[in-house]
Design a protein around this ligand. Sequence first.
Ligand SMILES: NC(=O)c1ccc[n+]([C@@H]2O[C@H](COP(=O)([O-])OP(=O)(O)OC[C@H]3O[C@@H](n4cnc5c(N)ncnc54)[C@H](OP(=O)(O)O)[C@@H]3O)[C@@H](O)[C@H]2O)c1
Length: 319
Amino acid sequence: MQKNSKIYIAGHRGLVGSAIIRKLKAEGCNNLVMRTSKELDLRRQADVETFFEKEIPEYVFFSAAKVGGIQANIINPATFFYDNILMQSNVIHAAYKYKTKRLLFLSSSCSYPRLCPQPMKEEYLLDGKPEPTNESYAIAKIAGMKMIEAYKKQYNVSFFSIIFPNIYGPGDNFNPKSSHVIPALIRKIYEAKINEQRVVEVLGTGNARREFLFVDDVADACIYFMDKLKGGEIINAGDGKDISIKELAYLIKEIIGYGNDLRFNTDKLDGMPQKMLDVSHMNEYAWAPKIPLKNGLIATFDWFVGNYKDIAAKENDKN
Ligand SMILES: NC(=O)c1ccc[n+]([C@@H]2O[C@H](COP(=O)([O-])OP(=O)(O)OC[C@H]3O[C@@H](n4cnc5c(N)ncnc54)[C@H](OP(=O)(O)O)[C@@H]3O)[C@@H](O)[C@H]2O)c1
């Protein structure tokens, strides 16, 4: 990628897309193409093709998706399936048709089988059934990676996929109806603190283990790997360490300074028992994340507190 390369960032207002934009701009890239979902609904094939024909992007960071936490996945499986399959299929096909040089598809550790051996190696994909609570999202992500492999075989494109663990950071979605575990815990515990609540209920047993990557590290990986991966390649990128939800909740409680108790609600589902990526393939490329979990959580909490009024006001507007 050169500073004047034409680069399309799909989903540029999202958690990851906005971090990619910040980093590309900081590196002096000056030919960035962006569209909101209102300006270009990526589920509409004809509109996507018209956009590619007009813009002819040389590089595509595909960070648009229908994304959400466990409850959102349980309640909206059809939307997770339909939106993701359509968006990714339209963009990958248009990128092939209009000769995009390189395309990066962002995938997720949710794609691995529910009972996958840990740490999860890239070759374990499709070795078992996905976790039922996020089956639609997992199948869509697997389809995206497999579609890229197929386009590499048939058309020799330089498109590839990176599988990330749970991503978090400033700009995350803090809406309790759809948020992932870190923003959900930050909000619950912070509100319990300011409302002097005696106890905070955490969904699940707390025993499930997860790996987390700070969003600036994700953006760094996306840009680093864009010029390095081979067509069709699928690679895990994470820090190769996990933490139980219980440990995470207590760490967040400590950062927020909430003095009361946490109670784990064992009636709620835990999702996959463990999700930790094997990063040996990534290590061969000499890339590693830089932000330790505690520092990333502090930065995310600070952002949340600084934006708390705006977040609440936007939610009230939508109601
Ligand atoms: N968050 C995680 O924990 C995580 C973990 C692993 C992998 N990933 C992957 O990383 C990528 C980015 O995730 P994220 O967390 O940044 O998601 P996000 O914050 O929810 O952002 C997603 C973006 O997708 C865009 N989008 C949604 N529907 C669209 C449509 N119909 N047409 C056009 N654009 C649409 C939205 O655009 P508008 O804002 O314009 O509406 C939004 O900015 C996804 O591929 C996701 O699967 C995420």
